[in-house]
Ligand binder design. Structure first.
Ligand code: ADP
Ligand code: MG
Length: 140
């Protein structure tokens, strides 16, 4: 059953650096996802670490905090039918070498770490991640 969902997306520092914000947004919009909230921010390591707290025991956590705080990012809320899984499909696999052709990561990502976009992976993570960056009154 199709459900209207909201999911948290991030165009990561490498996506902003590569000047592909417009391309990424246009892929979401073309797929029928609607931008319900958007802003550009530059996280510090603590903010990036809090966002990725679920990964704090992983070997890549320190590098991930540094990468995600290395430059500005675009954070957005996408809304649409099955938005959480559809966004993941549009993004492609975490490792760009394994991402399906035509996905954002296959087309733009340089490595398993520097992989251009983030997307909530479940309703539970979306319900933590959306309010991490947005108040209700910032989501339209
Ligand atoms: P996804 O972003 O696809 O949901 P994960 O939640 O597993 O992937 O990981 C979060 C982020 O951590 C990835 O997008 C990537 O930037 C980084 N990452 C994941 N796995 C690795 C790894 N093996 N080595 C380095 N960085 C990684
Ligand atoms: Mg994840």
């Amino acid at each position: 059953m199709a459900r209207i969902e909201r999911t948290l997306s991030i165009i990561k520092p490498d996506g902003v650096e590569k000047n592909v914000i417009g391309d990424v947004l246009s892929r979401f919009e073309s797929a029928g996802l609607r931008v319900a909230a958007i802003k550009m921010i530059h996280m510090n390591e603590e903010e990036a670490g809090g966002f990725y707290a679920v990964h704090k025991e992983r070997p890549f956590y320190q590098d991930l905090k540094k990468y995600m705080s290395s430059g500005p990012v675009v954070v957005l809320v996408l809304e649409g039918e099955n938005a959480i899984s559809r966004n993941r499909d549009i993004m492609g696999a975490t490792d760009p070498k394994k991402a399906d052709p035509g996905t954002i990561r296959a087309d733009h990502a340089q490595s398993i770490e520097r992989n251009i976009v983030h997307g909530s992976d479940s309703p539970e993570s979306a319900s933590f991640e959306v309010p991490y960056f947005f108040d209700d009154k910032e989501i339209f």
